[in-house]
Write a protein that binds this ligand. Structure first.
Ligand code: HSE
Length: 431
C-alpha cells in the first residue's frame, strides 16, 4: 500500500533541528506504521550545515528560512531557530501561507503566543508546541488531554534542564557553577544565551505557557516573578542538605481564591518529596487537580533526542489530524489576576552571617519575634570564610513574603549582622 506523504520543512539545524532530522530518519518505519503517513523532510533551512550533516532525506538545503515558509510543497513548517526575531515573522508567514507550524520556541510563545494562536485560528491551521516545555515529557498533551476533566490547582516543576544540571553538578560532583554551566553548554542543553537558563527566564517562559494551558488564562510572562540560580552557593547547598533539603529551581503556578501566583525561584525541597530526586538534565512537573489529585511527570528536559521526540510527536499529531481544537484559543482565555510575590506565603531558609559574640542569637530571634515570625529550626555553624563571622541557619514556619522581607531588612541594619542575608523559599504543598 502506498502511504500518503506529509511534507515537512525544518528551519534551524542546531541541537534540536539536527535531532529531529536524524530521528525522523531512524524511526521512519515505526512512525509510518503508526500514522499511515510517510513524513518526508523536503527542505531544510540553516545558515550553515553542521559538519556531521548527512542528508538522509534528500532534502533541499537553503539558507533562507522564509523560502520554507513560502514553499508550496511544504505542509508543516518546523521552527527550531529559537529567539523572537526572525522566528515571529517566520511563523506568521508560514501560518498566513496556510501551513501548520510545530515549534519548540518557548520565548516566542510566551511573548507573542496570543497573536500567533489568533492568526492560526483564523487561518484554520495548527500551531503545536510540545517541545517548548519540559523537553521529552508530554506535559502539554497531559494538561490538554489527560487532565482535561479536572480543575487544576497547582503546577510546580523543575522545567529548566540546564539549571537542574548545574545545581546537581554543584551538589553531587562538587563542580563550581562555571564548570557545571560549561558542561551543560557542551552537551547542548543551554540556551544560545545561557543567562536565560541561569536567571530563570527560560523557566518563566515555560511557566507562562503551562499556566495558560492549565488555568485557561492569558499568556502573562510579564507577571511571572523570576529569580535565577546564580546566587546559590555551595554553602547553602550543604547547609540545606544538612537539614534534609535539596535546593531545586522550581516554576510554580498556583490558583488561590483571589488570583494566581506565578513564580520561578530556587526552592528548598524536602528530601522526602519526589521532586528532590530529579537530578541532572531531568525535568519533572507535579500537577495537583481536583479529580486526579497529585500526578507527577518525569523525563529529560533538554538535549537533541528527547526534544526531537516531542517535536516529532507534534508532527505525527498533525499527520493524524487529531487536533480539532486549537491549543490555545484566545477567545476563551481568562484575564485572571496575578498576585504579587510579596503576598505569597512560604516557609523560608535563611543564612545570616553574624559576628561571633555573646547575645547575637537573641538579637536575631528578637527581630523574628517582633515581626511575628515563628522559627522552626535555628542552627549556628562553624565559621566558613572569615574568622569571627558565623553562619546562622534558620528555617521558619510559613510567613508572608513582605513580612519576611521587613524582618530581613531590620536584621541587615544591625551592626553585628553582615549583608546580605540569604533567603530561599521552601516548597510547601500545603499552603
Ligand atoms: N535550555 C533549556 C533547558 C532547553 O535547559 O531546559 C530546553 O528547553
Amino acid at each position: 500500500m502506498m502511504n500518503d506523504k506529509l511534507k515537512v520543512g525544518i528551519c534551524g539545524l542546531g541541537t534540536v533541528g539536527g535531532g529531529v532530522f536524524n530521528l525522523l530518519h531512524a524511526n521512519a518505519a515505526q512512525i509510518t506504521a503508526r500514522t499511515d503517513y510517510e513524513i518526508q523532510v523536503v527542505q531544510v533551512a540553516t545558515r550553515q550545515l553542521p559538519a556531521d550533516f548527512i542528508n538522509h532525506h534528500n532534502a533541499e538545503y537553503v539558507n533562507d528560512i522564509f523560502a520554507v515558509a513560502s514553499n508550496p510543497a511544504v505542509d508543516v513548517v518546523v521552527e527550531l531557530i529559537g529567539g523572537i526575531n526572525p522566528a515571529l515573522e517566520l511563523v506568521l508567514t508560514a501560518i498566513n501561507n496556510g501551513k501548520h507550524v510545530v515549534t519548540a520556541n518557548k520565548a516566542l510563545l510566551a511573548h507573542h503566543g496570543d497573536k500567533i494562536f489568533q492568526v492560526a485560528q483564523n487561518k484554520g491551521v495548527i500551531v503545536a508546541f510540545e517541545a517548548a516545555v519540559a523537553g521529552a515529557i508530554p506535559i502539554i498533551k497531559t494538561v490538554r488531554e489527560g487532565l482535561a476533566a479536572n480543575n487544576i490547582n497547582l503546577v510546580a516543576g523543575i522545567i529548566n534542564g540546564t539549571g537542574n544540571f548545574i545545581l546537581t553538578g554543584m551538589m553531587q560532583q562538587h563542580l563550581s557553577f562555571a564548570e557545571a554551566l560549561s558542561a551543560a553548554q557542551r552537551l547542548g542543553y543551554a540556551e544560545a544565551d545561557p543567562t536565560f537558563d541561569v536567571e530563570g527566564i527560560d523557566a518563566a517562559h515555560k511557566l507562562t505557557i503551562l499556566a495558560a494551558l492549565a488555568f485557561g488564562m492569558r499568556l502573562r510572562f510579564d507577571a511571572v516573578y523570576s529569580e535565577g540560580i546564580a546566587n546559590i552557593s555551595r554553602y547553602d547547598i550543604d547547609h540545606a542538605a544538612g537539614l534534609g533539603y535539596i535546593i531545586k529551581h522550581l516554576g510554580i503556578a498556583k490558583k488561590l481564591a483571589d488570583g494566581m501566583e506565578l513564580r520561578v525561584h530556587p526552592t528548598l525541597v524536602s528530601h522526602e518529596q519526589l521532586l528532590s530526586k530529579v537530578d541532572g538534565v531531568m525535568n519533572a512537573v507535579l500537577v495537583n487537580s481536583d479529580a486526579a489529585g497529585n500526578t507527577l511527570y518525569y523525563g529529560a528536559g533538554a538535549g537533541a533526542a528527547p526534544t526531537a521526540s516531542a517535536v516529532i510527536a507534534d508532527i505525527i499529531d498533525i499527520a493524524r489530524a487529531n487536533i480539532k481544537t486549537p491549543f490555545l484559543g484566545n477567545h476563551h482565555l481568562l484575564d485572571l489576576p496575578v498576585i504579587g510575590i510579596e503576598e505569597s506565603i512560604s516557609p523560608y531558609y535563611l543564612r545570616i552571617m553574624a559576628d561571633d559574640i555573646p547575645g547575637v542569637l537573641a538579637q536575631i530571634t528578637g527581630v523574628f519575634s517582633q515581626n511575628g515570625i515563628n522559627i522552626e529550626t535555628i542552627v549556628q555553624k562553624e565559621s566558613e570564610e572569615q574568622a569571627g563571622i558565623i553562619p546562622i541557619i534558620i528555617i521558619t514556619h510559613p510567613v508572608r513574603e513582605k513580612i519576611m522581607n521587613a524582618a530581613i531588612w531590620s536584621l541587615e541594619q544591625q551592626a553585628n549582622i553582615k549583608k546580605k542575608v540569604v533567603k530561599i523559599r521552601i516548597l510547601d504543598l500545603a499552603n
